[in-house]
Write a protein that binds this ligand. Structure first.
Ligand code: S3P
Length: 448
């Protein structure tokens, strides 16, 4: 099944050394948030380095439907004329968030405490994903939601007219759920409190403070207690979106796997809530140098020099690291296939409710490529074959999931036989220039 009707198969073949600079696009999480917070602020927010992937474009369209003015001035250069907290107007039509769980869940939060009725939908992947994890805590504000069985989209959400502030402990480690509650708390009088036992990406907290909200984070034995004071005046900001560490993962891992490679990847986030993959790769024996550490767009970043690493070893990934690398397990499992020994990934059941069931998608695709795996509900174990030893020679199903598509294409650059994906079109949701960037480094990708 394809994201937009016509499937676009793509094939990756064993490549010679990758060389050059991989300048990856802007961070997806921060791009969504810059448009959403900009729409809820007073004045004109200017955003540079915005990711122009379909997920973010769908959020831009949604913000317009709520009354903000969103303008593109040039590549990655956008402005948002905000309407202020509580200033949203009821959209005249259904809000279609395409493939984006982040988009739909955060936007549900933004309107949950304003009296309006909004119907949300998305593509075939998003319509399978659970929304109850967001609508359950939003119900505590007084928000009502009417969706399909299992809390699936399409779903109509009725914002609370007289919202009551909420104190909520997250039952799953999810930055989307945390952010939805904080966004709802913005238009609610009093203090909204979210408690997270495991830290998840903290872009909402950092950016809300930047836009002028009163938000405090206290670290306690029970986890992080995040307290937001409702009904602030948010003020427009200039946001320089840093590059996306989750997108950087693909050229970085490709360089680790393709013999003779030596690439430079500038400005990769070192935010501790996002860098779990990089720590894991180094533990496996990856040759990655972290150069010129500095701050960009309010995020700690470094330039990475990445060289082919033929002696990587499988490891046990600590389960508590999962939230800081949750989107990177598909590509890690490809690296694991090319390492020696087994890589054990436990505590990863959240992967089952991403753009696809990523444990299942990786397990079936890796098996088709000749790699032995073990799996259960919450675990994926990959038995590595060592560098250059993955047979390949398969077509892997991507299930409308950009990261599954990119992961198998990276593996195909280092496998003995080509690896194809049935549909590369979903890559446009997060990394529209993936093919050009990778072929520019020397990757052999083609459409046959
Ligand atoms: C995101 C949070 C994560 C991640 C997603 C982006 C965000 O999802 O998988 O790609 O921007 O808040 P969960 O909150 O469901 O873990």
């Amino acid at each position: 099944m394809s994201a937009h009707g016509t499937a676009q198969p793509m094939t990756a073949r064993k490549s010679s050394a990758l060389k050059g600079t991989a300048s990856v696009p802007g961070d997806k999480s921060i791009s969504h948030r810059s448009l959403i917070f900009g729409a809820m602020a007073l004045g004109e927010t200017r955003v540079t380095g915005l990711l122009e992937g379909q997920d973010v474009l769908d959020t831009a369209k949604a913000m317009q439907a709520f009354g903000a003015t969103v303008t593109r001035h040039g590549e990655g250069d956008w402005s948002v004329q905000g309407v202020g907290v509580g200033g949203f107007q009821e959209p005249a039509d259904v809000i279609d968030c395409g493939n984006s769980g982040t988009g739909v869940r955060l936007i549900m939060g933004t309107m949950a405490t304003t009296p309006m009725t909004v119907t949300f939908t998305g593509d075939a992947s998003l319509r399978k994903r659970p929304m109850g994890r967001v609508t359950d805590p939003l119900a505590l504000f007084g928000t009502e939601a009417y969706g399909r069985k299992g809390g699936r989209l399409p779903m109509t959400v009725v914002g609370a007219a007289a919202p009551k502030p909420v104190r909520y402990t997250l039952p799953v480690a999810s930055a989307q759920v945390k952010s939805a509650i904080l966004l709802a708390g913005l238009n609610c009088p009093g203090e909204t409190v979210v408690i997270e036992k495991e830290s998840t990406r903290d872009h909402s907290e950092r950016m809300l403070v930047g836009f002028g909200a009163k938000l405090e984070v206290e670290r306690t034995n029970a986890g992080s207690v995040i307290t937001l004071l409702g009904q602030p005046t948010l003020r427009a900001q200039s946001v320089a979106v840093p590059r996306d560490p989750s997108s950087a993962a693909f050229p970085v891992c490709a360089a680790l796997l393709v013999e003779g490679s030596d690439i430079f990847v500038p400005g990769v986030s070192q935010n501790l809530t996002r860098n779990g993959l990089y720590i894991t790769l180094v533990e496996m024996g990856a040759e990655i140098e972290f150069q010129n550490p500095r701050e960009e767009g309010g995020e700690p970043v470094a330039d990475l020099r990445v060289r082919f690493s033929g002696n990587m070893k499988g490891i046990e990934v600590p389960p508590e690291r999962a939230p800081s690398m949750i989107d990177e397990y598909p590509i890690l499992s490809c690296v694991a296939a090319c390492a020696s020994g087994k890589t054990v990934m436990r505590g990863v059941k959240e992967l089952r409710v991403k753009e696809s069931d990523r444990i299942d998608a990786m397990a079936r695709g890796l098996e088709a490529c000749g790699v032995t795996i073990e799996e259960d509900e919450d675990t994926l174990i990959v038995h590595g074959l060592g560098a250059g030893n993955v047979p390949g020679g398969a077509t892997c199903a991507t299930h409308i999931d950009h990261r599954i598509a990119m992961s198998f294409l990276v593996l195909g650059l280092a496998a003995k036989q080509p690896i194809s994906v049935d549909d590369a079109s979903p890559i446009a949701t997060s990394f529209p220039l993936f093919e050009g960037l990778m072929t520019g480094l020397g990757a052999d990708l083609s459409h046959d």
